[in-house]
Write a protein that binds this ligand. Sequence first.
Ligand code: FAD
Ligand code: SF4
Ligand code: SF4
Length: 465
Amino acid sequence: MAQRNMDSKKTAMPEQDAKKRAANFEEVALGYTEDMAKNEAMRCLQCKNQPCVAGCPVNVQIPDFIKLIGEGKYVEAYDKIRETNGLPAVCGRVCPQETQCEERCVRGIKGEPVGIGRLERFCSDYAIAKGAKPTECASATGKKAAVIGSGPAGLTCAADLAKAGVDVTVFEAFHIPGGVLVYGIPEFRLPKALVQKEIDALKAMGVKIETDMVMGRVLTIDELKEMGYDTIFIGTGAGLPSFMHIPGENYNGVYSANEFLTRINLMKGYKFPEYDTPVRRHKNLAVIGGGNVAMDSARCAKRLGADNVYIVYRRSEAEMPARNEEIEHAKEEGIVFSFLVSPTAILGNSDGYVTGMTLQKMELGEPDSSGRRRPVPIEGSEYDIELDAVVVAIGQSPNPLLRKATPGLKAQSWGGIIADEQTGATSIEGVYAGGDAVSGAATVILAMGAGKTAAKAMLEYMDKK
Ligand code: FAD
Ligand code: SF4
Ligand code: SF4
């Protein structure tokens, strides 16, 4: 084995030039070469107590897969990750590693942690390009399961059930499966072809995917039971956008981030007229919010050709929930950040179109229940800016449709389905739930973990039935 690499910094990953990429939808980060991956793998100390593994919500055996990369066994490294994580090419790209596995890495004490996500991405891309071997499934058990929603929670649950020999059908409301991986996270962070490959792998395992099926409207949970499904998983995500309820939110040119991103990502608005749904190219656009969704919206707007894109956030940069990498990338691409300001009204003309926004300056007060310092308005500090579009990215909550169509399905006052943490079991026998539909907007890997937990419990439930 080559010598340990004691460089305090991660091996740099090549990226598209900021100016060039701000005008295209191609992937920003270009991934490691074999030499770069081996170099980074040699930074891992192979710690006996494996603190990094405890930081991963699905316990990927991190030192083991990194050791395999160091030995040039890339496909084996991919297989090792796949033992606990069904979507490593996705997680290597979008997991918030800095607050999960990499946060616990001992190399991070005196320098940068090992680039665990970058290595996960490298061996996944390598193995997928080589044609990763199909997952073997147990022989058919004769049991049937329905999975509602095809985001990371639903896909993971479906994969684990199919692996165990269950006949699985996934019902998805949209015309394309993948959930937020397809309609939310933009192409330049997560290429859709990759997600499609994961979905193809699921189909190869015998999972049936029915699209354009808005469950609760087309079919109810009771009807699924009557159709012979032994157990049902609800992974319907958190797709209901929140608004600010300020004057002017009904003007033309005000979007929820969900609608804006869906038009761009799922309906490929930027390829109009090649694709059906046009997206207006705005000149001056403001995105309200400071999370990943806000960064994605702003960076998409820039790529659509907007002259000026502003992020409007009511706290300071230190409190921003978006990943540091996304904030840095957004800045490099020319997005302008306005901190400590909050909109009080959206302005419009007599034709009903957005013309601007009134902003009020804020200062930080005492910490609130989230532990972050509360923004306090400064009296008399309002000022106007000129805009022709506003994207509201201040949060999403679980979609109420299926919940409302399912009597007896208990939920929190804010809409999250109530499900047992250890099993995902809901208030209805045989019905399980997980992902954002239960937790509210969270992360891909947590949704996958919830899908896995529920699949295990569903298998046990079917065994006892
Ligand atoms: P979803 O991915 O939302 O999937 C739910 C699926 O259910 C959807 O396909 C939906 O159409 C379908 N559905 C809903 N209702 C019905 C119904 N009645 N019948 C049938 N189907 C239905 N997380 C990260 O870890 N890293 C990131 O970088 C990151 N960036 C993000 C960027 C954006 C723009 C957004 C919106 C989210 C981001 N997240 C990120 C969060 C992450 O994507 C979610 O936490 C995760 O996708 C939740 O998975 P899920 O399976 O629970 O739900
Ligand atoms: Fe880290 Fe996410 Fe991979 Fe776990 S799945 S090791 S948290 S990148
Ligand atoms: Fe390697 Fe860091 Fe994990 Fe130690 S904590 S095994 S150095 S990745």
